[in-house]
Design a protein around this ligand. Structure first.
Ligand code: PEP
Ligand code: MG
Length: 747
């Protein structure tokens, strides 16, 4: 066999392209392709195997093997050399295939006569679609150039697959991105939705993988690279000016390094020299990066590789002109699919979205906070979703169970619609009790409030039937901006919140930044364990300027109306007293300036660390109210990180150890006459809310969508009876009230 040169592979690609242009129909195309490759490379056999489903490969075309085996021979990914190529996503090159690890003899193909074997994966952007194989009688190893040429051809084939060219005849082989896929992720925010995929970063479709003129393609590449480098420099100069945090600058510096990386550019140039278009060459390199990304265990390296992946996307967009507009046409009922997304970007899509699915993300990320505020379901940690989903694909998300159905079968969709219809029916029922109190059958009234964080939340106040806003998370205005919001802006926002509440109480929580909530314009120390680090009121007391500005904004926004302020993450009574003094001093200053001050000022503390439960009686007497931040309290009580999937569901809030701790807090509040409410996510869950009410909580604050269901439940319950159930199970030695309560509800 002749030694292959770059012009040989170019010739092969050109022949491939010309022949593809001539033959339109699926199977004939595949047959033509294998014939052409075998002829051009001088091999006895060329075969294409395609993925039938996630585990099975099917022989779809062959030159040289028994044609009767086409669409009959199937192998699992765990079988044979072909399976190994697909499984490991890398070439297998053997001079003596039958002796190779994993060889499987397939008598129906008549392949026993062939000694040498070269198989390369057909893959696009890290996703394996099939395997391209050449075989020869003579035992020999294929050269690096031959491997390379076959890989390039495989890449072109993968592109054709993207265009739907590989649909077989008869018992049709489904083209990629046509099959239904179910993906299991984590629950970021409950709720269900059906709609169409809206990719945050639409995939660039390369329509011209083969190019005739490498000189012109190389020039296009360099022109795009120049623009890319210019863009990176622009981004860097902007962040320099706004003193963005170090992490952001680091990412951009990594971009700059890659954009100037000789190795990266050289590999792309080599692909162009072998006959690929500039964009196909960039994508080939990106595929290799994605593959490495999936194999690197080290988090730092993974981050760097995903920076390079992102940079490749930018370069592809520059080369093809695709995806340059920010928010393109939205499909109907858009469900956003992204690898990750910042809170600001998510807010830009706003209320139009029906749901969000993230490949990464986390339950406590900023995006999750925004999704919660927008009251749309969110799924996090959905593996491979950005590879599997295409713009416009049908998608169903079940936020209650963390499941995504992509391109669902009709039966799945129908079952799901039934579930949604039942939910809608229930919502309708909740509307009828909107203006009625949450009063149990035995006459106990529990006041239900809602949690909020952005203006878009406020319409829910009237719709949900909540009696006020029990927790207004003020950090969202800070998290979604690139620079510190001005005091005047905050005055306007807080004023509008109070206007929208129409006299219902709103509890503003001062900035809870730090931990996972990082604002881009504030320098932060590198903390080993940020959840237990410099956050919330600790930052507020140390950085006087920001707290002061926020307190002034709240006082001015109230414009004489009653004002309720609470401080997050109070660990010691002294922190609360100091913060309260600052608020009072500000109010005095405002009065001295002749400005109107609130007619009443209620100052509360969030109880989010066990230590505050043991504060002095003086604290309980002096604080105007306490709000239990169950999300944090729970993580510190159980020493289980609320963000960590490995442990966050491990301990039960309904365990008697936690319930008895909550009872102690209630007892101290009762003894000192301190109003107390519960505002973590658990307050919005049926069993938990019922139990909290039964053990004595008379005020709960939850996400707006939970207010109706919880009110409905409480109105039908006899809380004395529920308390009896909880206590009886405890007396009988149960470790958690969950089982007894579940049985009681079922009855
Ligand atoms: C909590 O910790 O329960 C809480 C309401 O605050 P966040 O979830 O914002 O930390
Ligand atoms: Mg908290």
């Amino acid at each position: 066999m002749p030694h292959r040169t770059q012009s040989d592979s170019r010739r092969l690609l050109r022949r491939l392209r010309d022949s593809l242009a001539e033959v339109a129909e699926g199977q004939k195309r595949l047959d033509q392709i294998v014939r052409l490759i075998a002829d051009d490379m001088g091999t006895d056999v060329c075969s294409i195997y395609l993925m039938r489903d996630l585990r099975t490969l099917e022989l779809c075309a062959t030159e040289g093997l028994n044609p009767q085996a086409v669409h009959k021979t199937r192998l699992r990914l765990s079988e044979g050399l072909v399976g190994r190529v697909a499984r490991e996503a890398r070439p297998v090159n053997s001079a003596d295939a039958p002796r190779e690890r994993g060889f499987r003899f397939m008598p129906e193909t008549g392949e026993e006569v062939y000694s040498s074997f070269l198989g390369v994966p057909i893959q696009r952007l890290g996703e394996t679609r099939g395997v391209l194989v050449v075989q020869s009688r003579k035992g020999r190893l294929y050269s690096d150039d031959e491997i390379y040429a076959l890989e390039v051809v495989a890449m072109v084939l993968a592109e054709m697959g993207e265009l739907g060219a590989f649909v077989g005849e008869g018992e049709a082989l489904a083209a990629p991105h046509k099959l239904p896929v179910m993906i299991r992720g984590g629950v970021g925010q409950e709720g269900t939705a059906e709609g169409q995929v809206l990719l945050h970063e639409p995939r660039v479709v390369v329509t011209n993988p083969v190019a005739d003129d490498p000189v012109a393609e190389t020039a296009r590449l360099h022109e795009a690279l120049d623009r890319l480098r210019g863009n990176v420099e622009d981004m860097l100069s902007v962040v320099d000016a706004s003193q963005a945090d170090a992490a952001h600058v680091k990412v951009l510096e990594t971009y700059r390094m890659f954009a100037n990386s000789r190795g990266w550019v050289r590999r792309i140039e080599e692909d162009i020299a072998r006959g690929l278009s500039a964009e196909a060459a960039v994508e080939k390199e990106q595929s290799a990066v994605r593959l490495r990304l999936s194999r690197v265990p080290d988090a730092y390296l993974r981050d760097r590789l995903s920076d390079l992946d992102d940079l490749s996307n930018r370069l592809l967009r520059l080369l093809t002109g695709q995806g340059q507009t920010a928010v393109g046409e939205m499909p109907r009922n858009p469900i956003l699919v992204a690898r990750n997304i910042g809170p600001g970007e998510l807010l830009e899509y706003g209320r139009k979205l029906r749901g969000v699915v993230l490949e990464e993300g986390s339950v406590g990320s900023h995006a999750a906070i925004v999704a919660r505020a927008l009251a749309i379901p969110l799924i996090v940690h959905a593996p491979r979703i950005t590879t599997e989903a295409l713009n416009g694909d049908a998608i169903i998300i079940d936020g209650d169970n963390g499941v995504v159905h992509l391109r669902p079968e009709e039966s799945v969709a129908a079952a799901f619609r039934d579930k949604m219809a039942m939910q809608a029916e229930r919502q309708e029922r909740y509307r009828t009790i909107r203006d009625k109190p949450a009063e149990s059958r035995d006459g106990v009234r529990v006041s239900l409030h809602m949690n909020a964080g952005i203006m878009a939340d406020l319409p829910s106040l009237q719709d949900s039937g909540a009696e006020g806003v029990g927790l207004f998370r003020t950090e969202l205005q800070f998290l979604t901006r690139r620079t510190v919001p001005k005091r005047s802006e905050l005055v306007t926002i807080y004023g509008r919140v109070l206007d929208a509440a129409q006299g219902l109480p709103v509890v503003f929580r001062t900035l809870d930044i730090g931990s996972d909530k990082v604002v881009p314009y504030m320098r932060r120390p590198n903390e080993p364990n940020p959840a237990m680090g410099w956050r919330a009121i600790r930052v507020g007391l140390d950085r006087r300027g920001i707290l002061r500005m926020q307190l002034q904004a709240l006082l001015r926004a109230a414009a004489g109306r009653p004002l309720r302020v609470m401080f997050p993450f109070v660990t010691e009574a002294a922190e609360f007293f100091e913060a309260r003094d600052r608020l009072r001093e500000e109010a005095e200053r405002e009065r001295a300036r002749g400005l109107e001050v609130p007619e009443t000022l209620h100052v509360g503390a969030m109880l989010e660390t066990p230590s505050l439960a043991f504060a002095s009686d003086r604290f309980f007497r002096e604080v105007d109210f306490i709000s239990i931040g169950g999300n944090d309290l729970r993580q510190f009580f159980f020493a289980a990180d609320r963000e960590n999937e490995l442990v966050r569901r491990r301990y039960d809030v309904l365990s008697y150890s936690y319930l008895s701790f909550l009872r102690q807090i209630l007892a101290r509040c009762t003894a000192n006459g301190t109003p107390v409410s519960f505002c973590g996510e658990d307050a919005g869950r049926p069993l938990e809310a019922l139990c909290l009410a039964a053990i004595g909580f008379r005020s709960l604050s939850m996400r707006p969508a939970s207010v109706g269901p919880i009110k409905h439940l409480l109105r039908r319950a006899d809380l004395g009876e529920v308390r009896g159930v909880v206590e009886a199970a405890e007396a009988a030695g149960a470790t958690s009230a969950r089982e007894a309560l579940t049985q009681w509800i079922a009855k």
